[in-house]
Design a protein around this ligand. Sequence first.
Ligand code: RNT
Ligand code: ZN
Length: 422
Amino acid sequence: MVMKKQNIEKAYQLARQTYAAYGVDTEQVMKQLATVAVSMHCWQGDDVGGFENAGGALGDGLAVTGNYPGKARTPDQLRADFAKALSLIPGSHRLNLHACYAEMEGKKVDRDALGIEQFKNWVAWAKTLKIGLDFNQTYFSHPKVLGGMTLTHPDKAIRQFWVEHGIRSREIGAAFGKALQNTCLTNLWIPDGMKDTPADRRGPRERLAESLDAIFARKIDRKLNVDSVEPKLFGIGAESFTPGSHEFYLGYAVSRKTLLTLDAGHYHPTEGIADKISSALCYLPEIALHVSRGVRWDSDHVVTLTDDLQAIAQEIVWGNYLGRVRIGLDYFDASINRVAAWVIGTRNMIKALLLALLAPIDTLKQAELAGDYTTRLALMEDLKMLPFGAVWDHYCAQRGVPVANAWLAEVKQYEKDVLAKR
Ligand code: RNT
Ligand code: ZN
């Protein structure tokens, strides 16, 4: 569907007046929205496959379902698909790489020996797109994930291998930051855990803390790279015990001054991450998010405009935390067009931020402070009926990307011209 230009404009002008009546300046809102960069995860493009051929199949707590045709099989394909997605999303965003997306170019370089050399094509390409890069250490799909363990493994040699990987990853992050003059976030998540009730919860946790301290021992200029740790309460095959739990990493982040990555799929099914943001930010200068959508479990469905997503955006915006939360996405759906999955999820993240920015937050807070919860509730419900779609369409048009669902025709065309031929 292609909307007429003058209709987009007419609808926007009316919406602008409606929001003005609530004391909200839509022009100002769009300016602020344009400053938010979402870190888009590379791994939606190829079902968390990567390019290093380390010999480990995906598993280790991760599962991708579906076999939609046309997935990226080479770095160039993944870059082309990502650039296509980016061209359909308003604003300037970032790419979040995983270490397993290293380009070996004929050499065999194991995870403990990776360097910026294996990512030079990514950096050169990011420069041409003028985007920042983020990074993730990869502790899965590798034969040295032994018995589901990496940094907590009882065997020191196994732990040491992964510690080296962590050190190399931070160096790569710093090299990204330097080359692109744009601070990289290097995130750490490990799949370690136990299927059944452990006899010893203390040992693995103490080993994890020791391994992490070894990884983070070297100080790195925070302008180049910042580090984050990502908790999880459970995983496939780690239903009974996860050493890297929420409490573990919250304590770690606060005491070691790293960031904390809150992943929306990593908690109990009814436990949202929105409420954790202001708590964590009482003690941490910055946090990171893996915005995801769990359906019954950490299923990593494409992010949709749910109440949960809106609550996350509200907490960031209403708490005035836009400068302290690094928003990243984390989902992988192989049952639909993967470029579309990127576009839908990222556009939804931005829509949720727009919705939160369009709320008359000062009025809401005043009502709350005055104890007038009736007005607060009434106003919050009113907001749901306001014409935010007209502002969104205008924003997309202003940023030169397809309005409404016009992006879908472009993805379908790309599927025909490019993806179907793979
Ligand atoms: C797993 C974590 C982790 C991964 C990615 C691929 O549960 O959420 O962030 O999804 O690193
Ligand atoms: Zn995650």
